[in-house]
Design a protein. Structure first.
Length: 301
C-alpha cells in the first residue's frame, strides 16, 4: 500500500510540475509551398512539425504559465524558392492576439509580413538556438518573433512589462549583424527586424509602449464595465501616439500598431458620440494616413 501511494504521489507531482511549467506560446504553424514545383513535398511537413515543436515546447521565460494563459499566436511561412536540397527563401507572416477580459474577443497585437526570410534546413535536422550566437537563421528568426510575441503581450498587462523580452529580441538582432541573410541590419531597410527591436526599446517610442498598456488594460479590458469611459480611455491612449508621430512621422512602429489595430479602432468608435468621432478621426488621419478610408467609416457609422 505504501509503495502504491508513493507511486501515486510521484505521478501527481510530475503532472503538477508539468502544468506549472507550461510553455508560454500557443503557436499555430502553416507552411505554403504552392510556388515550388516538386512531386515530393514531405520536407515541408517535416519542417512545419519542427517549427511547431520549437515554438510551442520551448520555455522562453522563467515565469509560470497555466495552459489557459498561453499566448495565442500564429506563423505563416510561404516558401517561394527551394534549391531541392537545404536552401529556402520566402516570407514569414507573424500574428499574435490577446484575450480581452470578460469577453470572447481577442485583440490583435501584431500582424506583420517579413519579406526577408531565407534559411537552410535539412529534413529531420534538430533546430538549434543559442541566446549568445547566431547558429541558424531559421531559429534566430523564430526566436526573435517568439520574444516579440511575449514582449507585446506583457506590455499590455503592465507598463513597460515586455522590456526584458524586447531586449532578448534585440540580442538576437545583435548576434546576427555578421549574418549573410537579410533582415537584421539597419541599413538594409527601415522596416525589418532591426527596427522592430529598436522601436520597442528606443525612448522616442516610449509613448507607444505606454499606449499599449493603457489601450488594452485600462481601456479594452474594462469595456464590459463601462463602455463610454473605456472608449474615452482608448482615445486618450491613441493620442499618446501623436508624440511619436511628431518626432518620427510615419515611423515603422506606428505602422505596425495600426496594421494590427485599424479595423478594431473603427469598430470601437462607430458607436461613439459625435465629439469623440471627430476627435479620433482627425487624430488617426494625421498619424496614420494610410488608413484614412477606413477611419472615414467612423463618421459615416
Amino acid at each position: 500500500m505504501n509503495i502504491m501511494l508513493g507511486r501515486i504521489f510521484i505521478i501527481v507531482f510530475i503532472l503538477l510540475s508539468l502544468q506549472a511549467s507550461s510553455q508560454e506560446l500557443k503557436c499555430q504553424i502553416q507552411i505554403l509551398s504552392t510556388q515550388i514545383q516538386s512531386s515530393d513535398k514531405r520536407i515541408f511537413e517535416t519542417l512545419r512539425g519542427a517549427i511547431y515543436e520549437f515554438m510551442n515546447n520551448r520555455k522562453w521565460t522563467n515565469d509560470v504559465f497555466k495552459d489557459t494563459e498561453r499566448i495565442d499566436c500564429s506563423i505563416l511561412i510561404n516558401i517561394t524558392e527551394w534549391n531541392m536540397v537545404d536552401e529556402f527563401k520566402g516570407t514569414i507572416q507573424v500574428q499574435s492576439r490577446r484575450p480581452i477580459y470578460n469577453t470572447s474577443y481577442d485583440s490583435r497585437l501584431i500582424n506583420y509580413v517579413d519579406n526577408d526570410f531565407s534559411f537552410r534546413y535539412m529534413e529531420n535536422d534538430p533546430l538549434e538556438f543559442s541566446e549568445n550566437a547566431h547558429l541558424s537563421n531559421l531559429t534566430s528568426v523564430l526566436a526573435f518573433y517568439a520574444y516579440v510575441f511575449i514582449g507585446l503581450d506583457y506590455d499590455t498587462f503592465s507598463p513597460q512589462g515586455g522590456n526584458s523580452y524586447f531586449q532578448m529580441a534585440q540580442g538576437i538582432v545583435n548576434n546576427a549583424q555578421n549574418a549573410s541573410e537579410k533582415g537584421w541590419k539597419a541599413f538594409e531597410s527601415k522596416t525589418n527586424r532591426y527596427w522592430i527591436a529598436e522601436g520597442a526599446l528606443n525612448q522616442i517610442f516610449r509613448p507607444y509602449r505606454e499606449c499599449m498598456y493603457k489601450y488594452h488594460r485600462i481601456g479594452m479590458d474594462k469595456m464590459t464595465e463601462d463602455v463610454n469611459s473605456s472608449r474615452l480611455t482608448l482615445l486618450e491612449s491613441l493620442e499618446q501616439l501623436e508624440k511619436v508621430h511628431l518626432k518620427q512621422p510615419l515611423s515603422f512602429i506606428l505602422r505596425l500598431f495600426f496594421d494590427a489595430k485599424a479595423d478594431e479602432i473603427v469598430n470601437v468608435f462607430l458607436q461613439a458620440n459625435t465629439s469623440e468621432k471627430t476627435r479620433v478621426v482627425k487624430l488617426l488621419k494625421k498619424i496614420n494616413p494610410a488608413n484614412t478610408s477606413k477611419y472615414e467609416k467612423i463618421n459615416n457609422g
